[in-house]
Write a protein that binds this ligand. Structure first.
Ligand code: NAI
Ligand code: AKG
Length: 409
């Protein structure tokens, strides 16, 4: 099943619950604009390399469109559309004044030199600068991109439009970034994990956790869960996984990966595969890498009581049904990983006001929004006797639907 078909299946389930008409469903699910561009650069060896870049602007009924930019070889039009639609429901769920968008380039960023990566980024902005902007569509980091890439985006955009830091978020602190954005998605995932465990009457202290992916989101999730006293026993990245029944020393692992670039070979752990990580004997499983990793093939083997979707779109609908039947609690991506876009919103607000906040303010506002959103979704799920995913979509779709009706088309 394609990524967008998966996203639509979840949208359809919630639409049926709220009794959305067929015409309204068509309107809400159809993207406003899909952009596909050639991104050609000269490589360091003088050869020409051509990549394809995408930006999908899904919905703007609640405000400028917002969403990350992914550099990964598997990026394609279907995946970017799916991710853009998730952004629409996510920004509505946490009630920040944005619509949804997403972008990406089908490229293996790890195989490019810093200079090549910069040229790819700048060329992409040359191709799309006229459709993005602080009041139109604001990119941010996602897989394979970081604060440096956001700095190049800002600089390139400003060559056309003049000083305008609110045109992109997730920037370095020295270039109008928000203190707290880098950690925000992982911090939000950890907060939501603690909220879910509280409702399940499980103490976060000592709870066993497995995390797939140890990039921005996975490593900060591990950091905050470790601070809360959880026992992270398994972690993986694209190079494979590591396991320790006694719990992995997360601060040391973070230092180790800064030096080596991978979790592989971390002392006092045993090597496991990514598939073994997913089925390891833990209470909490956190996919924090690619989409589509929990499938009908492996869902019955998952032993976790609770899955927190830090990654976007990690669960195929068949797997979701199996989890529901087996009583596995799944906190959906549009709630679990909304901390990143929430602090992106704070960064944009600061840039537009030319006034920066203390990190303590960023953290406390983030924590409040994440906790309030979780409680609201939990209540809808309980009242309507639906899964947390359907409840999260009901909340998001309801807000987008009402804005669309009030504003008109
Ligand atoms: N960066 C952000 O603020 C946000 C990210 N997300 C989602 O979180 C997920 C991770 O994003 P980031 O941490 O930003 O990306 P990243 O590029 O910083 O890290 C990705 C991690 O996934 C690992 N990985 C890649 N392929 C893998 C594979 N086949 N098996 C296991 N691990 C693999 C990489 O080695 C790396 O550790 C994505 O699904 C992204 O859409 C969601 C919300 C916000
Ligand atoms: O920070 C942002 O604006 C977007 C983050 C993102 O791409 C996501 O939540 O999936």
């Amino acid at each position: 099943m394609g990524s967008y078909e998966t996203a639509c299946r979840y949208f359809d389930q919630a639409s049926r619950q709220v009794g959305l008409s067929r015409n309204m469903q068509d309107l809400l699910r159809t993207p406003e604009r899909e952009v596909k561009v050639e991104v050609a650069i000269e490589r360091d060896n003088g050869e020409i390399a051509t990549y394809i870049g995408y930006r999908v602007q899904h919905d703007s009924s609640r405000g400028p469109m917002k969403g990350g930019l992914r550099f990964h070889p598997e990026v394609d039009a279907d995946e970017v559309l799916a991710l853009a639609s998730l952004m629409t429901w996510k920004t509505a769920l946490v009630n920040i004044p944005y619509g949804g968008a997403k972008g990406g380039i089908s490229v293996n960023a790890g195989q490019l030199s810093p200079g090549e990566l910069e040229r790819v980024t700048r060329k992409f902005i040359d191709k799309i600068y006229d459709v993005i902007g602080p009041l139109k569509d604001i990119p941010a980091p996602d897989m394979g991109t970081n604060a440096q890439v956001m700095a190049w985006i800002m600089n390139q955009y400003e060559k056309y439009r003049g000083f305008n830091p609110a045109c992109v978020t997730g920037k370095p602190l020295e270039l109008h970034g928000a203190d707290g954005r880098e950690e925000a998605t992982g911090r939000g995932v950890a907060m939501i994990t603690r909220d879910a465990l509280d409702h399940l009457k499980i103490d976060v202290a000592g709870v066993t956790v497995a995390i797939q992916g140890f990039g921005n989101v996975g490593s900060y999730t591990a950091h905050f869960l470790d601070e809360f006293g959880a026992k992270v026993v398994a972690v993986s990245d694209a190079s494979g996984g590591i396991y320790s029944a006694d719990g992995i020393n997360i601060p040391k692992l973070i230092e180790y990966t800064k030096d080596t670039g991978a979790v592989k070979g971390f002392p006092e752990t045993e090597a496991i595969s990514n598939e073994e990580l997913l089925t390891s004997n833990v209470t909490v499983l956190i996919p924090a890498a690619l989409g589509g990793v929990l499938t009908s093939e492996n869902a019955r083997d998952i032993r976790a009581k609770c899955i927190i979707e830090a990654a976007n779109n990690p669960t195929e609908p068949e797997a979701d049904e199996i989890f529901e039947k087996n009583g596995v609690v799944v906190v959906p991506d549009i709630l679990a990983n909304a901390g990143g876009v929430t602090v992106s919103y704070f960064e944009w607000v600061q840039n537009r006001q030319h006034f920066s906040w203390e990190k303590s303010r960023v953290r406390s506002e983030l924590d409040r929004i994440m906790n309030d959103s979780f409680e609201l979704v939990w209540k809808i799920a309980t009242d309507k006797k639906v899964s947390l995913r359907v409840a999260a979509y009901i909340l998001g779709i309801g807000r987008v639907g009402r804005a669309t009706v009030l504003g008109g088309i």
